[in-house]
Design a protein around this ligand. Structure first.
Ligand SMILES: NC(=O)c1ccc[n+]([C@@H]2O[C@H](COP(=O)([O-])OP(=O)(O)OC[C@H]3O[C@@H](n4cnc5c(N)ncnc54)[C@H](OP(=O)(O)O)[C@@H]3O)[C@@H](O)[C@H]2O)c1
Length: 217
């Protein structure tokens, strides 16, 4: 059945790929953006742009932006050029605000784009540590929220074309990369795979078709 899905950070590279996939399969795809100039890019992939700055809007306004959705995906991020303060307000604060908005609106399904490095922020260099700490705390808040969560932890993201083949497990013992195309396809597939509810998993490019890899989690 078609779903109504809101993707926070809607103009991001993963988000635009995901919104396109959702629209193509007949879901109602909403992208939450903070810059109105990004709206045409969302419309071009078949998505509905909704203005929602996760840092500066109050929780009620964020709730309104996702009203009526069946699921949300947190794909926002302060990005590599930002300092520790914005890791707190976006990567942690934005994710937590979205949890509150889901609670307020009675939306149960929440997918998180996390990162493999959250497993051990202390092992990271000084510059990356605030990012991984913020992501880890956001993941912990989601896992404790009581929502139907899935936490997806990709390795290094690339813009290579997707292969549809992944490796996914609660803990992968190698490091590596994955195309953003395949992260987006995995997120879309999670929405159809209820066995992923309540799970967190590492995600890399691999040899297994996405649906098969998710079914084995
Ligand atoms: N890079 C990696 O190798 C890697 C690895 C694993 C996981 N990740 C995670 O994957 C996430 C998604 O990756 P990506 O490549 O799609 O990132 P991206 O292209 O940088 O997208 C992040 C999006 O978040 C939006 N955003 C920032 N602040 C916001 C706010 N206050 N309110 C609403 N939206 C806001 C940005 O919008 P603006 O354009 O308006 O700034 C941007 O569109 C990253 O953020 C990171 O946490 C990254």
């Amino acid at each position: 059945m078609a779903m109504d899905v809101a993707v926070a950070g809607g103009h991001g590279k993963i988000a635009l790929r995901l919104l396109r996939l959702l629209a193509e399969r007949g879901d109602r795809a909403r992208g939450l953006i903070r810059n109105p100039d990004h709206a045409p890019d969302l419309e071009a992939v078949g998505a509905l742009p909704v203005g929602a700055d996760l840092e500066n809007l109050d929780p009620d306004a964020i709730a309104t932006s996702i009203s009526g959705c069946d699921a949300v995906v947190f794909a926002a991020g302060a990005g590599p050029g930002s300092g520790a303060a914005r890791k707190r307000t976006v990567d942690y604060g934005g994710a937590v605000k979205l949890i509150g908005a889901c609670r307020a609106e009675g939306i149960r399904r929440y997918l998180m784009v996390s990162a493999m490095g959250v497993r051990d922020p202390a092992a990271r260099g000084e510059q990356m540590r605030p990012y991984y700490e913020a992501k880890l705390e956001a993941d912990e808040a989601l896992a404790a929220s009581g929502l139907d969560y899935t936490i997806v932890r990709p390795g290094r993201l690339t813009d290579d074309p997707g292969t549809g083949l992944i490796e996914a497990a609660e803990r992968l013992e190698r490091i590596g990369a994955i195309p953003r195309d395949d992260v987006a396809a995995t997120l879309a597939a999670c929405l159809d795979a209820d066995n992923t509810i309540g799970k967190s998993f590492d995600l890399l490019g691999g040899q297994t078709p996405i649906a098969e890899a998710l079914a084995a989690l």
